[in-house]
Design a binder for this molecule. Sequence first.
Ligand code: NAD
Length: 494
Amino acid sequence: MNTLLKTFPPILNQPLKMLIDGQWVSSQSGATLSVINPSNGQVIAQESLGGQVDVDLAVQAARRALDSGPWQKMRPSERTRLMLKLADTIEQNGDELAMLETLNTGKPLKMARAFDISMAAECLRYNAGWATKLHGETRNVSLPGEWHAFTLREPVGVVGLIVPWNVPLAMAVSKIAPAIAAGCTVVLKPAELTPLTALRLGELIQEVGFPAGVINMVTGLGHEAGQAIVSHPGIDKISFTGSTAVGKSILAAASGNLKRVALELGGKSPVFIFADADLERAMDAAARGIFGNTGQVCAAGSRLFVHKKVADRVIEGIAQRARQLKVASGLSPDAEMGPVISERQRERVLEYIASGREDGAEIVTGGEAIQGEGFFVQPTVIVNTHPRMKIVQEEIFGPVLSTQIFDDESLEQLAERGNDSIYGLSSSIWTRDLRTAHQMIRRLKAGNVRVNAAAALDFAMPFGGYKQSGWGRENGREGVEAYTELKSVAIDLN
Ligand code: NAD
């Protein structure tokens, strides 16, 4: 505890402000919200509750920076340099950022350091390279006479970025980085539950010298600050990561000025373990894939399909791993799984488990809240499910794995069972048979397929969902180009 106090991040010593036009300001209304540590339910900070007026100011600042500030004239290589400097600065401040992430989300400190913070730095480095590599092309047109025809790629404009609470820093950076690489200016709204690392990032952004107004941050509630961003006529594009329900409401709100909309939404991703798989690796990965980050991962493998021949061994193996997981506050050195984000989220997870029980499913392990302080839930494995159960159909966003068994049915039938979901974000296949793997890859309706791998997130690879898991892709060339408009130019040389 003493060590913790010595390193308690200074940002928590005062009420948190918002970053607008290069200044740290309180919300115009003066309203604030307590930020809670989910490991013990205690208040750790007060954040400003931004609203329409604050969003207006942030949008005006972003517009000025886009149209007339130094950003507009900055050469792409200078944008690259600033982004690389920010990546280094994030790493230099990695211990503090990880501590803030752990205090605010409860996730194990070592995981915050190794995963969340590194991901943020790597994401900036990857996207920094794109600033100098975006370009249009000349086109060979067949118009009569002589023409010079080409395309130009231009920044889409002022973008509103709205992120959730599960991976707060990395998620904020994964939207800011491609947007600024493309030359846009941004208004970011962190999730109201987890503003700490985004605001500390705001300080680092100033420290490395981004011009005022390029990156603005408004904290606040979804139906206030979030709503003000999505309906703002001065914003050209929204990139949203969050629930499918809110994603749908954003589409309607963004229609006023026909903003471009990118949506990274929920998932209910299937994991297929065939009898010939490397079962030890598959079980490790399946357990990590649903209990990692306490199951609060959009691409979590929450529906396990396992071949009958190995079902008992695999289900028991995953349950065994669940029982052995050290569930504790992220500050505890041996913690492997932290709490869920809030009391409300814990109730939601427990309601899903209860509905599974009522529908006749059986809990192999877990299924209960962990008593004491904080919002802890046991890692849970459920069998005897059928496809229409709520626990099989709906995204729980908690450490709950539902299992189904398959036999020697055709791969078409099996893929159909996997595709029986409104979502289509991710999927994984465990087999040593190349034909099985390739046939499944083609049949699965999911934006991401992993074979013999748990997480395979790389910023070069497009990430996004089929069906109600979203619109558009993040990462890769596609992710940066999504922050551009394409202009066609034709010059008559006749
Ligand atoms: P959420 O949709 O409740 O909130 C996400 C963000 O949207 C928050 O900042 C919130 O304040 C804001 N918001 C809420 N209502 C709004 C409104 N009406 N207008 C504008 N903004 C609004 O989601 P959550 O509970 O914070 O996050 C969990 C969800 O996010 C899960 O469904 C998960 O699958 C999804 N998610 C998806 C991805 C992905 O890449 N596909 C990644 C992480 C999380």
